[in-house]
Design a protein around this ligand. Structure first.
Ligand SMILES: Cc1cc2nc3c(=O)[nH]c(=O)nc-3n(C[C@H](O)[C@H](O)[C@H](O)COP(=O)(O)OP(=O)(O)OC[C@H]3O[C@@H](n4cnc5c(N)ncnc54)[C@H](O)[C@@H]3O)c2cc1C
Ligand SMILES: NC(=O)c1ccc[n+]([C@@H]2O[C@H](COP(=O)([O-])OP(=O)(O)OC[C@H]3O[C@@H](n4cnc5c(N)ncnc54)[C@H](OP(=O)(O)O)[C@@H]3O)[C@@H](O)[C@H]2O)c1
Length: 596
C-alpha cells in the first residue's frame, strides 16, 4: 500500500477526503490541494528552539520520530473521563500502567461530594501549586487535629480538592456527546444528565476496566497527588513525586506518605478547570476575609466552585459576579429561595457578537435577576465583624449596590495545565511561560509545543489530553498507545514542528458537529487507520452519523436556532471539489472562523 505522507494525511483528513487528488508535497511550504497551491507559514526550524540554554539536535534521524528506548512503564495523571480512558487503553496495549488521582476515587469533575474545596486564594494564586516535599524519600508523616493550626478536615480537602459541581447540576451538553464508550446510558435517558448520573456512569466505566477504587489492581492509586513531574537525570523517562494521604481512625489522624516512581512515558490529564479565577477588584481582598453573620464558620464571598445547595441563600440578597454557565445555573438554583439576585457582567459590544453559549447563559438567568455592570470597587468596611451587608459595592457606571448578603464569584477558571507549565519551565526556562495559557476550550490557543496528537514535541514520551475526552478522546488515547508501542509513527522532530506551525488543528477546536471539530476526528481516523494498515492494529470508525443528528436537534433547540445549520454540515458535500474556492478549502481545512 502506498503510504501517505504525514502532511498529505493531515490535509486529506481535513478536506472531505475521498475525491481530492493530492500529490506528494515537494516541501512543507507548497502544498497542492485540488489543483491549487496553499502556502503555509514557514515552520520554525528545530534549531531555533532553545532548551535550557542549548539547542536541540536538528539532524533528522529519518522520516519518523525514533524513541531512544522501548516504552514499557506508563503513568497516567488524573482519573477523570480522559485519564480513565487513557489508562484502560494503555492497559489493553500491554503497558505497565499506573493511574494516579488526588481524589479518593475515579470520576474527575463528576465525583460529587458534599465536602467543599478549601478556600480559594485572595488575591488570586499562581496556577502551579507549590507543595512541601520532604528532602529524603520515601517518607511518612502523621498529622493530628490542630497540628500547625490546621484541622484534619482542611488537610484532607486541600489534598484531594473536592470538585466544582453541585447537587442539582445537569450537563449543559447532551448525553450523546457526554458519554464514555462501553457503558451506554439507559435507553430512556433524558437529553441532559444529572451530575449524579454522570458520576455513576464514569464510575461504571472505571469498574468494567478494573480501575475503581475498590478493584484489586496494581494500576490505580487514589488519594495520591502527583506533586512533581520531572525528567529523569539521564534524560530517559520521567520521575513522578507522589503524596498519598490516608485517613486513620484510631486515633483520628492522617498519614501522609511521599515516594517517587519512574516511568518511560507519562499521560497528563488533570482536567481543564483545576484552579479558580479570582478577579482583581479593589477592596475584594478585605471583603473576602469577612465571616458570614449567620454562620461564622463560613465566609460571605466564595468562588462558585464551593456552591453545593440553595438553602444557605434563603431570604438573602445575592450578587453573582460573572454571567457564564456557573453564574446562570447557580442563579437558577437559588432563585426559588433568594430574596433578590444581582448579576454583574462585563460590557459586551452587542448581543449578536456574543458567543452562543454566552447568549444562552444570559437567557437562562431567572427572570427576576437584575443585571448590573462590572464592579469598580468594594468600598472599605468599617468593621470585619458584622458581615458585608452594610458595605457598598460601586459599579463602573457609578451606581452603588447595598444590602448584599452574599457574593458568588462565578468568574471561571485559570484554564492552565500546571504540569504543562512546569515542564515548559524545566525545558525552556521561565520566559517560555509568558504566552497566555489557553483561555477556553473553544477559543484558546493550543497547549504550547504540543502536537495535535497530544505529544509534547520536545519529548514525545510525554503526552497531554488536548481533545474533548467524551467525543474524540478515544482516538487520541489509542493514537498515543500506538505511537508508544510502535504501531503508529510520528514524523521526525522537524516534521512535528512543521505540523505544529502549519496547522491550527493541534487541539480540539469548535464544538462537536461544526467543521473544525469534525475535521480533527477525520484527521485521527485517517491517520490511525493508515497506520494500522501499515503497522498492525485495529481500525477505527468515525463518529456515528446518528449521534450527529441527535446533537443537531439538541444544539438547535437548546443553544441557538440554526446553530448547526444545514450549510454547516453539507456545504462541502454538495459542491464538487473542483468548485471549491480557496476560501472554502481554507475554512474547512486550515483556518476556522476566528469567532469560534
Ligand atoms: C462546574 C462544571 C460543570 C461542567 N459541566 C460540563 C458539562 O455539562 N458537559 C461537559 O462536557 N463538560 C462539563 N464540564 C467540563 C468537565 O471538565 C469535563 O466534562 C470532563 O470532566 C473533563 O475530563 P478530564 O478527565 O479531562 O478532567 P477532570 O474530569 O477534571 O479529571 C481530572 C482529574 O485529574 C485529577 N488531578 C488533577 N491534578 C492532579 C494531581 N496533581 N495529582 C493527581 N491527580 C490530579 C483530578 O483530581 C481529577 O480527578 C464541567 C466542568 C465544571 C467545572
Ligand atoms: N453543566 C453545567 O450546567 C455547567 C455549570 C457550570 C459550569 N459548566 C462548565 O464549566 C466551565 C466553566 O464555566 P464557568 O461559568 O465557571 O466559567 P466561564 O465560562 O469562564 O465564565 C466565567 C464568566 O465570568 C466572567 N468574568 C470574569 N471576571 C469577571 C469580572 N471581574 N466581572 C464580571 N464578569 C467576570 C467572564 O467574562 P468573559 O468571558 O467576558 O471574560 C465569564 O463570563 C464551562 O465549560 C461551562 O460550560 C457547566
Amino acid at each position: 500500500m502506498h503510504k501517505l505522507s504525514w502532511l498529505t494525511v493531515l490535509f486529506l483528513a481535513t478536506v472531505h477526503v475521498a475525491s481530492v487528488t493530492v500529490e506528494e508535497p515537494q516541501t512543507v511550504l507548497d502544498i497542492p490541494i485540488a489543483g491549487q497551491t496553499i502556502t503555509v507559514e514557514e515552520p520554525q526550524t528545530v534549531s531555533d528552539i532553545p532548551i535550557a540554554g542549548q539547542t536541540i539536535n536538528d539532524e533528522p534521524s529519518g522520516k519518523w520520530y525514533k524513541f531512544n528506548s522501548t516504552i514499557e512503564r506508563v503513568a497516567v495523571i488524573g482519573a477523570g473521563p480522559a485519564g480513565l480512558q487513557a489508562a484502560a487503553t494503555f492497559v489493553k496495549h500491554n503497558f505497565t500502567v499506573r493511574l494516579f488521582d488526588r481524589a479518593p476515587g475515579p470520576g474527575g469533575n463528576w465525583l460529587y461530594s458534599d465536602e467543599i474545596p478549601v478556600r480559594e486564594s485572595y488575591p488570586d494564586a499562581p496556577a502551579v501549586e507549590e507543595h512541601w516535599i520532604p528532602e529524603e524519600l520515601p517518607a511518612s508523616e502523621y498529622y493530628n487535629e490542630g497540628d500547625d493550626d490546621l484541622t484534619l478536615d482542611s488537610r484532607w480537602r486541600e489534598h484531594w480538592q473536592p470538585r466544582s459541581i453541585w447537587d442539582s447540576l445537569h450537563t449543559n451538553s447532551p448525553a450523546v456527546i457526554t458519554e464514555l464508550p462501553d457503558v451506554p446510558y439507559p435507553p430512556d435517558h433524558s437529553w441532559v444528565i444529572s451530575a449524579h448520573t454522570i458520576g455513576a456512569h464514569v464510575r461504571a466505566y472505571a469498574s468494567i476496566h478494573n480501575l475503581n477504587a475498590n478493584d484489586n489492581s496494581s494500576v490505580h492509586s487514589y488519594s495520591t497527588r502527583v506533586e512533581k513531574l520531572s525528567k529523569r537525570p539521564d534524560g530517559n523517562g520521567w520521575t513522578l513525586t507522589l503524596k498519598h494521604l490516608k485517613k486513620l481512625e484510631e486515633p483520628d489522624r492522617l498519614k501522609a506518605t511521599w515516594w517517587t516512581e519512574d516511568f518511560d512515558a507519562v499521560f497528563v490529564a488533570p482536567g481543564p478547570y483545576t484552579s479558580p479565577h479570582v478577579p482583581e477588584i479593589d477592596g475584594l481582598l478585605q471583603w473576602s476575609n469577612v465571616r458570614a453573620v449567620d454562620d461564622p464558620s463560613l465566609f460571605s464571598v466564595y468562588h462558585s466552585r464551593v456552591y453545593r445547595r440553595p438553602e444557605r441563600y434563603t431570604g438573602k440578597t445575592v450578587l453573582v459576579i460573572g454571567v457564564g454557565t456557573s453564574g446562570s445555573e447557580i442563579a437558577r438554583d437559588i432563585a426559588p429561595v433568594a430574596k433578590k439576585i444581582y448579576a454583574s457582567h462585563k460590557e459586551y459590544a452587542d448581543w449578536d457578537t456574543l458567543h452562543p453559549f454566552q447568549r444562552r447563559s444570559f437567557r437562562r438567568f431567572p427572570d427576576e435577576t437584575e443585571f448590573v455592570p462590572k464592579i469598580s470597587h468594594f468600598e472599605s468596611l468599617s468593621s470585619l465583624d458584622n458581615g458585608i451587608k452594610d458595605g457598598k459595592i460601586v459599579l463602573v457606571n457609578g451606581t452603588v449596590l447595598e444590602n448584599i448578603d452574599e457574593v458568588i464569584l462565578a468568574t471561571g477558571y485559570k484554564r492552565s495545565n500546571p504540569f504543562h507549565l512546569s515542564v515548559l519551565n524545566q525545558t525552556f526556562g521561565a520566559e517560555s511561560l509568558e504566552a497566555p495559557p489557553p483561555s477556553d476550550v473553544f477559543t484558546g490557543p493550543a497547549l504550547k509545543y504540543v502536537h495535535w496528537t497530544g505529544h509534547f514535541i520536545p519529548d514525545p514520551t510525554l503526552a497531554f489530553s488536548t481533545i474533548r475526552p467524551w467525543t474524540a478522546g478515544q482516538y487520541q488515547y489509542y493514537g498515543q498507545a500506538k505511537v508508544w508501542e510502535g504501531t503508529a509513527h510520528l514524523p521526525n522532530e522537524a516534521g512535528l514542528w512543521a505540523q505544529y506551525n502549519s496547522t491550527r488543528y493541534t487541539f480540539f477546536r469548535g464544538l462537536f458537529g461544526t467543521a473544525p471539530s469534525e475535521a480533527i476526528v477525520r484527521q485521527y481516523v485517517t491517520w490511525l487507520n493508515n497506520e494500522s494498515l501499515e503497522n498492525g492494529g485495529r481500525l477505527v470508525s468515525p463518529w456515528p452519523v446518528q449521534n450527529r443528528e441527535v446533537f443537531a436537534y439538541y444544539a438547535n433547540q437548546e443553544w441557538e436556532k440554526d446553530y448547526l445549520s444545514k450549510e454547516n454540515f453539507t456545504k462541502f458535500e454538495n459542491i464538487p471539489d473542483r468548485q471549491w474556492t480557496q476560501k472554502d478549502i481554507w475554512d474547512i481545512s486550515v483556518f476556522e472562523d476566528d469567532s469560534w
